[in-house]
Design a protein around this ligand. Structure first.
Ligand SMILES: *[C@@H]1O[C@H](CO)[C@@H](O)[C@H](O)[C@H]1NC(C)=O
Length: 187
């Protein structure tokens, strides 16, 4: 809603000042960078994950920097899935939207290598051998009856040491984290 107002305002401002800024340029600035990046690579971010994703389990993937899947995954956490335009695009691509998607990245702000779980089930430990330093959430935020716990290695157990829990009602998007190797969603 906020970006919508900004773009409309920019449109009026542009008109009032009679500056010849093309409308397409004004609107393009509202597209999150990750979506613009993926789209520039020819990826339909509303469609299925690209084929170069490495499947590590049912609905779970990992993708190296520079792959199409990597760009697709990054874009997922910036898509506003509450918009009917996004939902319509998914329908056209015959994609069924999952319950909640959660990924972990090796670097801050959801950069670097990653693991992506497209349809996170309750009470499952989702693990990473690599230390992960940021977390991205897609499709919907954490509900007030849900808990998202993070933990790290203790000995050979990825989830052996509890680290922290995401805040109540954590919204979709990316946040940085202390080193983690495991998460679990429960209620
Ligand atoms: C978009 O692409 C540019 C150029 O490759 C890169 O520097 C930037 O980090 C990308 N943005 C996101 C959000 O992935």
């Amino acid at each position: 809603m906020h970006t919508f107002f900004v773009s409309i305002f920019a449109l009026f401002a542009a008109t009032a000042l009679a500056t010849p800024t093309p409308i397409a340029h004004i609107l393009a600035r509202d597209v999150p960078e990750s979506i613009a990046n993926a789209t520039a690579l020819g990826i339909n971010v509303y469609g299925h994950i690209p084929d170069d994703a490495v499947k590590i389990g049912e609905g779970s993937y990992t993708a190296e920097v520079g792959t199409l899947a990597h760009a697709w995954i990054r874009a997922q956490i910036d898509i506003d899935w509450t918009s009917t335009a996004a939902q319509d695009e998914a329908k056209i691509a015959k994609r069924e939207l999952a319950h909640i998607g959660i990924g972990m990245w090796t670097q801050d702000w959801c950069n670097g290598n990653n693991v992506w779980h497209d349809d996170v089930q309750y009470n499952v430990h989702h693990i990473s051998d690599l230390n992960m330093y940021s977390v991205g959430i897609s499709y919907r935020g954490i509900r007030d009856n849900e808990h998202l716990d993070f933990s790290k290695f203790k000995g050979s157990d990825h989830c052996g040491q509890y680290a922290y829990s995401a805040g109540q009602l954590t919204p979709i998007g990316c946040f940085n984290s202390q080193a983690i190797n495991c998460f679990r969603l429960w209620y």
